[in-house]
Design a protein around this ligand. Structure first.
Ligand SMILES: [Zn+2]
Length: 87
């Protein structure tokens, strides 16, 4: 591989990483995790996006075990308060 080809490969890698990173950020921002989405997309590309969609980047309600937004302060399914107990 000539230096030119190597440079080209790096540029293509960076550009596709950025593209997937931006897609990941868009997917993640729906779930309040835009930056995490960007990193996952940048590092793992389409596979990372797929995994992220499958995991959903959400959390589960500790009471009813349904998936909820990770910043939710109350479960929309069972209406329980999810705020950590203040000391
Ligand atoms: Zn619940």
């Amino acid at each position: 591989m000539s230096p030119n080809e190597a440079t080209q490969a790096i540029v293509i890698g960076l550009v596709s990483g950025l593209v997937f990173g931006i897609i990941g950020a868009a997917v993640g921002s729906n779930r309040g995790a835009g930056f995490t989405g960007f990193i996952v997309g940048f590092l793992f590309g389409p596979i990372g996006l797929l995994i992220m969609l499958m995991i959903g980047l959400g959390k589960k309600c500790p009471f009813c075990r349904k998936k909820i937004h990770h910043q939710a302060i109350a479960c929309p399914h069972c209406q329980r308060n999810l705020l950590p107990v203040q000391a």
